[in-house]
Design a protein around this ligand. Structure first.
Ligand code: IMP
Length: 185
């Protein structure tokens, strides 16, 4: 069973809700980038499912690449230190970039990547994030396209993990307190 023995306390967004919202975002992006080149950059691992579904709702020719980052910290709390562990394969010079992220929490990951990518001379960069947790923000980052805003709660599913698990849930959910508490004791 994908939810692995009843670890889920509440489903925040169903598969259907996510699908519908991504369709809307895809239409908006299609409209905004009509006639331009577009390079979609997914941030691994969390955004792998979101990026895969999003690009299929963008009705334009797109180039897709991925960048993988690791942020040090505990399973539920990022320390803010970000390191690129797999860089892009392509040059992004003079390209219109759309950086696709699963969730913006403190904002530190997105800020680091925006600065890093800007230094490579793209034509422009916009951001698309599935979930925004504004209450957890430590640094301000621009969000151009957003799926949903959530409270400051830890969520899993649809690419998001807890201790590398739950990424395959088709919905976004909160974990039971006992589950999140366990590995931090
Ligand atoms: P930030 O740098 O604090 O904005 O968040 C960076 C990363 O932390 C995100 O890309 C996620 O991988 C992870 N993260 C933040 N909040 C959650 C959550 O609620 N569930 C799972 N991962 C999260």
């Amino acid at each position: 069973m994908a939810d692995m023995g009843g670890s889920i306390s509440k489903i925040l967004f169903t598969e259907e809700q996510i699908k519908n919202r991504i369709k809307e975002i895809g239409m908006q992006i299609t409209e905004d980038y009509k006639g331009e080149n577009l390079t979609v950059i997914g941030i691994l691992k969390g955004a792998f499912i979101f990026a895969a579904d999003l690009v299929r709702q963008i009705k334009l020719p797109v180039t897709v690449d991925f960048i993988a980052v690791s942020s040090y910290g505990s399973a539920t709390q990022s320390s803010g230190e970000v390191k690129i562990i797999k860089d892009l394969d392509i040059s992004v010079k003079d390209k219109n970039l759309l950086l696709v992220e699963d969730i913006v929490d403190t904002g530190l990951t997105l800020k680091y990547l925006l600065e890093n990518l800007k230094s490579r001379g793209p034509a422009g960069i916009k951001t698309c994030v599935l979930l925004d947790k504004p209450q957890a923000r430590k640094v301000e980052v621009p969000i151009n396209y957003k799926g949903f805003t959530i409270d400051n709660v830890f969520v899993v599913g649809y690419g998001l993990d807890y201790d590398q698990k739950f990424r395959n849930l088709p919905y976004i959910a909160c974990l039971k307190k006992e589950v999140v508490g366990k590995s931090r004791e």
